[in-house]
Design a protein around this ligand. Sequence first.
Ligand SMILES: [Zn+2]
Length: 116
Amino acid sequence: MSQETILLPNGGFQWVLSNKERESIANALDTDGQTLSSIKGNVIGRARETCSGCGKLSGLDDFVKNAVDLGVHSKSFILGVLTDGVKRETPSHALQCSGCGTHFEGVFPWVVDMAI
Ligand SMILES: [Zn+2]
């Protein structure tokens, strides 16, 4: 299975970054896979969700594309968060499928201070 999820002892879910997700993040941030090679995945308070529109599994690429589309953060800021980790309390995010635009149900709480 290419899109793995690991249940962590603290109850968080690590969404292990797949190569395909790494590629689409690199495209979204105008960088290359090499820059993102240290990123192993993100830790979220719930399991991956399957998109009701296209069947894609939710991933870090959806968060990145949503952030770029909203224009709230610069691409270099997003890249910094990805490579340095989440440093402070981050609000739960609503998430939209980057494949078809359907909203995943509910919100996705980031789990901070997790070394991955
Ligand atoms: Zn979709």
